[in-house]
Design a protein around this ligand. Structure first.
Ligand code: ZN
Length: 322
């Protein structure tokens, strides 16, 4: 009896392998598989977009097929490829258990409005992140603040960072948007002693704010370029025109905070990477980020710029050898 069952199971498995066919719609099971494939595919696209996963030719067909016509093996293939990137993503967002399973909590996180920049920096940059580490978490692979490009503004050459709007959102007046930029500049300037000046764009500026169409389905709000500490250095701060902006979290109605996005991206302009701390302005998604710096942010700014601005340059602390 048991032997019969085993034989039947093996036959069924073999036949399944030999005759993998497109998913047939019209019954409950296949519809469920199609739904699973869609979830896994969307998750992989998200993970690729934010550089948790690399492009992989072996699932190219599974990413482009009509869902109802995808090969039944796509679910297995996608789940295999998803496993490690999902672990990495869960580690960054502290979603437990740290396994390779695609859960509702993961999907919810992926649906949040967020910054376009990646969460985990290149390996070379991680070694340079020590100066802003939380010491108690030295063992954590992703540092609390990992710097994006290992560059800072040259404060000798650029004692005052200029901020200019290259264009404006139509929804608000220029004065309203400049006010938000001023509030963000004050936010970052306060703990560091950095000086900012908002001035009309005249062909040159240090931080250039502009608006564009960044993405379709990924809810990316904006991006910010690391410091360009050269002569006439220019770093962009781009915000997505297509988002349902409101000026601040406290502004009435639905929408996503322009102040959060602008202050967050300005953090990238100062070379801050993403923080795992939900109370930090540098947390990647807007759902939890505050419009003000957390104590950890403040310490990060002081570490990065405070003493440098006071002429005691902390260059040696960024040595890759540390
Ligand atoms: Zn960001």
């Amino acid at each position: 009896m048991n032997l019969c069952v085993i034989t039947l199971v093996m036959l069924s498995w073999c036949c399944g392998r030999l005759t993998a066919k497109p998913i047939q719609t019209g019954n409950q099971t296949d519809s469920a598989v199609a739904e699973e494939i869609k979830r896994a595919r969307d998750a992989l696209l998200w993970l690729q977009f934010f550089e948790y996963a690399e492009k992989n030719d072996t699932v190219e067909d599974c990413l482009s097929c009509e869902i109802e016509e995808c090969d039944g093996d796509c679910l297995v293939k996608l789940n295999n490829i998803l496993s490690q990137p999902l672990r990495d993503m869960k580690e960054f967002y502290r979603i437990h258990p740290l396994d390779g399973n695609l859960t509702e909590e993961v999907l919810k996180k992926m649906s949040e409005y967020r910054c376009k920049e990646k969460d985990i920096p290149e390996a070379d940059d991680i070694t340079n992140a020590k100066v802003t580490d939380d010491k108690a978490e030295d063992h954590v692979r992703v540092k609390r603040y990992s710097r994006l490009a290992n560059q800072r503004w040259d404060l000798q050459r650029t004692p005052v960072l200029t901020i200019s709007f290259l264009d404006y959102l139509q929804k608000f007046t220029p004065a309203q948007q400049e006010q938000i930029a001023a509030e963000c500049a004050t936010l970052w300037a306060k703990p560091s002693g950095l000086a900012f000046q908002i001035k009309p764009y005249s062909g040159a500026t240090n931080i250039g704010i502009s608006h564009t169409y960044i993405d379709g389905p990924y809810n990316s709000l904006g991006s910010g370029m690391s410091p360009t500490p050269y002569s006439n250095g220019y770093s962009f701060l781009k915000l997505d025109r297509a988002e349902p902006w409101k000026l601040r979290n406290s502004s009435p109605g639905q929408g996503v905070s322009l102040k959060w996005a602008m202050c967050h991206e300005m953090g990238h302009n100062l070379d801050f990477g993403h923080s795992q701390d939900r109370s930090s302005i540098m947390y990647p998604s807007a759902g939890y980020g505050l419009e003000q710096l957390s104590p950890r942010d403040v310490q990060g700014v002081v570490n990065l710029y405070g003493r440098a601005n006071g002429k005691t340059v902390v260059e040696q602390q960024y040595s890759p050898s540390q």
